[in-house]
Design a binder for this molecule. Structure first.
Ligand code: ZN
Length: 169
């Protein structure tokens, strides 16, 4: 089921999400709907608070739209280590149509669980590292807008206010 995506500045996006302890049918259904919602958007990643669920679940797919697309579903993801830095243009499905240059680690390793509760580790560089870091940020109420310089943030917020005034947000 395609779910509505919560948009900035909804306060739900600022909340810290709860760890998941029940690997039940509800969790499977939520993950399935999140993957469907990510592909429909389309986007390369989606975190549970973006569909209004304050739990630690993310879905990621750097190959969205390609034949080799394969969603990565991570329950309770945590960054184990990170190294290096990368700067690149980044957007967010909760801040549609707007992007900014954001600094992220170049290489990260993430510890998580599968939908069955089995331990899982994922390592990524470049785009995958950027997406994983962006989505895990969501679980702590952090948006890419929070990682910008004050000037970059003001420019972006001004654009959003303008869109809101014209009823396009
Ligand atoms: Zn996002």
């Amino acid at each position: 089921m395609i779910l509505p995506i919560v948009k900035y500045p909804d306060s739900i996006l600022k909340r810290r999400c709860e760890p998941i302890s029940s690997f039940d049918g509800y969790l499977h259904k939520l993950a399935e709907s999140m993957v469907e919602t990510m592909y429909a958007a389309p986007g390369v990643g989606l975190a549970a608070p973006q569909v209004g669920e304050l739990v630690r679940l993310i879905v990621v797919d750097p190959k969205v739209g390609e034949e080799s697309a394969q969603p990565l579903i991570l329950v309770n993801p945590e960054v184990l280590w990170e190294e290096g830095k990368q700067r690149g243009e980044e957007g967010c499905l909760s801040i549609p149509g707007l992007t900014s240059v954001v600094e992220r680690p170049f290489h990260i390793r993430v510890k998580a669980q599968t939908l069955e509760g089995e331990p899982l580790e994922v390592e990524g560089t470049e785009l995958l590292a950027r997406i994983l870091h962006h989505e895990i940020d969501h679980l702590d109420g952090t948006l890419f807008i929070d990682r910008l310089s004050p000037l970059q943030r003001e420019v972006l917020k001004r654009k959003i206010r303008k869109l809101m005034r014209s009823g396009e947000w």
